[in-house]
Design a protein around this ligand. Structure first.
Ligand code: NZQ
Ligand code: ZN
Length: 391
């Protein structure tokens, strides 16, 4: 196990009525002038924004609102928010929604107190030193942004989708009432479940040894999602299933299951190209990339794939041929993704075979031109993975 230093500053309020704490929690966090930031309107239609506003009023906190964070949120909205924050002397941002609203809010929080262009942080030209605090009211179990150190923004002109990991990105609180996720369309529920599983699997595939505790925590989160996602799809109002998914989404991406091990993250970087280029949901893109990445890596460490197959997918172990067991696990994962309505190929996502070289070329890489830690992938590897996905 690797040494680690782990500090999670997010205060979670979980369960029915959590949103009613918005005013009190904002005041406690020092917020006096709040920007409520939300997405395309689902949180308005459900009545959640109204509840949050009532709570802020009760706490005597000034607020203004800005909607329009679109799925795969855009830099142009971040600039608009920064202008509003400065004009209104906002000192706290409350994101109401999913990863898109939260990431857009996080980028505004960094950009509003920075003299340069906030994009500097996302393209690696500058490191954030300060921010405005952000709180989150969650409406979809998916990205884990409610306590992750990440934000992912797409630049309008170039469609570059770039993530920024820094500790300032972690929200100070997350209000998590599973009831608000019951209005999610089935497709978004399934995309969210896929993203949660991907966050776990990106950590699960590590070369680190002596990580049995976190292996088993990862396996528990995966098993809970495999159980809860079909229940939420069958019965959208199933509070218990929604609650399992919501907490799974949070712990999948805030390092609870990732400390002491090095994650991979190539699948995420490859997927970001797909969601930027084809405008697809992040989870749907992962449903296509991740199984292909797994097939490409099966031979790297068959025993780890076999472990996953046996412990999570209930496959029978073939002790003489762990790669056979590992492959059976990958096939069960693919079948599961299909069963919850996820696409199974690049074509089903709207992707084209002829785009593969360009997608591999534009995937964000490290200084040496490679990406990923389980193995380090270069453009020809990324192309090979996308060709597996292009079936
Ligand atoms: O925009 P509205 O109208 O709210 O509709 C949204 C949107 O269309 C809808 N929705 C959300 N909650 C709903 C609802 N509809 C009905 N009822 C509800 N309760 O669902 C759609 C998707 O919302 P979005 O916020 O885009 O989903 P998600 O949470 O999956 O976020 C995706 C974004 O997060 C990034 C992704 O790349 C993508 O840009 N990620 C962020 C991460 C992070 N910050 O740590 C990590 C992830 O790996 C991911 O990359
Ligand atoms: Zn993700």
């Amino acid at each position: 196990m690797l040494n680690f230093s782990y500090y999670l500053p997010t205060h979670f309020v979980f369960g029915r009525g959590a949103e009613e704490k918005a005013g009190e929690m904002t005041r406690q966090a020092g917020g006096t002038r709040v920007l409520i930031h939300y997405g395309g309107g689902s949180a308005l239609r459900s009545g959640l924004i109204g509840k949050v506003e009532d709570s802020l009023k009760r706490a005597g906190v000034y607020f203004t609102a800005l909607g329009g964070a679109q799925p795969n949120p855009l830099a142009s909205k971040v600039y608009e928010g920064i202008r509003l924050i400065r004009a209104e002397k906002i000192d706290f941002i409350l994101a109401v929604g999913g990863g898109s609203a939260m990431d857009s809010a996080k980028a505004m929080a960094l950009g509003a107190v920075y003299e340069g262009n906030f994009w500097d942080f996302f393209c690696g030209r500058a490191t954030p030193q300060a921010h405005l605090p952000v709180g989150a009211v969650l409406t979809i179990a998916a990205s884990g942004s409610e306590s992750s150190n990440s934000a992912v923004i797409t630049r309008d002109e170039t469609l570059e989708k770039r993530g920024l990991n820094c500790e300032l990105n972690r929200p100070v609180f997350a209000l998590m009432n599973p009831e608000w996720t019951c209005s999610l369309p089935p497709y978004q529920t399934a995309c969210g479940a896929t993203d949660i599983m991907a966050h776990v699997l990106e950590r699960y595939f590590t070369n680190e040894t002596g990580v049995d505790l976190t292996d088993r925590l990862c396996e528990a989160v995966l098993s809970a999602v495999i159980d809860a996602a079909p229940r939420a799809l069958r019965q959208p109002g199933d509070y218990d299933a929604r609650a399992q998914l919501m907490w799974a989404g949070t712990i999948a991406h805030n390092e609870t299951v990732g400390v002491g091990r090095q994650g991979d993250w190539a699948s995420h970087k490859i997927e970001h190209e797909l969601s930027a280029k084809y405008g697809v949901a992040h989870g749907a893109g992962l449903a296509v990339v991740l199984p292909a990445w797994m097939r490409y890596h099966l031979a790297h460490d068959p025993a780890r794939f076999a472990q996953l197959a046996v412990r999570v997918w209930g496959c029978e172990a073939d002790f003489r041929a762990p790669e056979v067991t590992g492959l059976a696990g990958i096939e069960r994962f693919e079948a599961f993704l299909r069963s919850i309505g996820m696409p199974g190929s690049l074509k089903e996502l709207g992707g084209k075979s002829e785009d593969i070289p360009a997608l591999a070329a534009s995937t964000r890489k490290e200084a040496d031109g490679g990406v990923g830690n389980y193995t380090h992938l270069f453009p020809q590897d990324i192309e090979a993975i996308l060709r597996i996905a292009d079936k």
